[in-house]
Design a binder for this molecule. Sequence first.
Ligand code: HEC
Ligand code: HEC
Length: 306
Amino acid sequence: MKRWMKRVGYLLGGLVALILVATAAVYGFSEARLRKQYTISPTAMTIPTDTIAVARGAHLSQTVAGCSDCHGLDLAGHAIVDDAALGRIYSANLTRGKGGVGSVLSDVDFVRAIRHGVAPDGRPLKIMPSSDYMNLSDVDLAAIIAFVKSLPPVDKEVPIPSVGPLGRALFVAGKLPFLHAERIDHSRKQPAAMAGSATAEYGAYLAGVGCKGCHGPSLAGGPIIDGPPDWPQAANLTPAGALGSWTDKDFQHLLREGKRPDGSQVSPVMPWKTMGRMTDEEIAALWAYLRTLPATPSASARTASR
Ligand code: HEC
Ligand code: HEC
């Protein structure tokens, strides 16, 4: 009896040690990446102050760039994830109010944060989707910064983001790659300016900023790379998906009303309320671009047929 108990004791002790080692490893591996220093020195950019540029920045940040989805319409920040296991991730207060970064960040700091996903102290920003904003033209990025700098100050202290044990485990396993700084080619050059018009070329530009982060580089949909595990798969936007039989009006209706041609409601993960604020011309440009895509089966369908 005694010997039997001893054996169970060893087994349990071994298990506890294993769990401790695994936890320490997850913590250590994630901490090294969260604390990594990125030395990024973006070239200085002139930030305009005229009302046309500020209006353009407001429009971009409330539509295709979706800043307001995470930072709020007043850009004063709020909780994005507040979960003991996943983490407490709050977006930053971008205004000049108390608790805001607006009075601290220089123009170059803004470029580094938005385009490269790196904070002024060199740490990688969490969740901030800079791999999409890498695609913004210089003129549009400057307009967004102009808008942020024009905001009325809002006093709001937001907690510093922290990642919980489950968030860290998913991150280390490669299932929640929320540090965009890790996967950006920081030396890539952007177009100086993109003139807005209802062309496929302009649609491709808008899709690079606002759609490919979720619908994938080929827009064929599938699992969303930085979505939490409970998010639905993104739809296939190439002619191989449902859009193959849609009209331009059906597409505009989905973005404006969140409803497919058969009347069914799209999941709230699809930010149609934000994207639906785009102008008719921008939606027409996107549609023109989607029509040029090769019919590609969705990522999940590809995996299933393998
Ligand atoms: C998917 C959510 C999300 C979107 C969309 C988003 N952000 Fe962020 N942003 C965050 C989070 C979360 C942080 C805080 C990250 C951290 O501190 O690690 C952040 C931080 C920042 C910072 C850095 C503040 C600092 O501490 O130095 C700036 C600047 C910023 N965002 C600007 C923008 C702008 C401008 C846009 C739109 C072009 C935008 N963000 C869109 C989530 C988002
Ligand atoms: C935050 C992630 C996200 C972003 C950004 C996003 N989408 Fe989606 N989209 C989704 C998801 C998820 C679905 C599937 C929703 C469902 O299954 O109900 C979807 C569905 C759609 C549909 C419906 C297709 C169908 O077959 O039912 C269209 C059209 C669409 N998206 C277009 C766009 C366009 C255009 C953009 C960029 C302007 C965009 N989406 C940006 C996540 C996103």
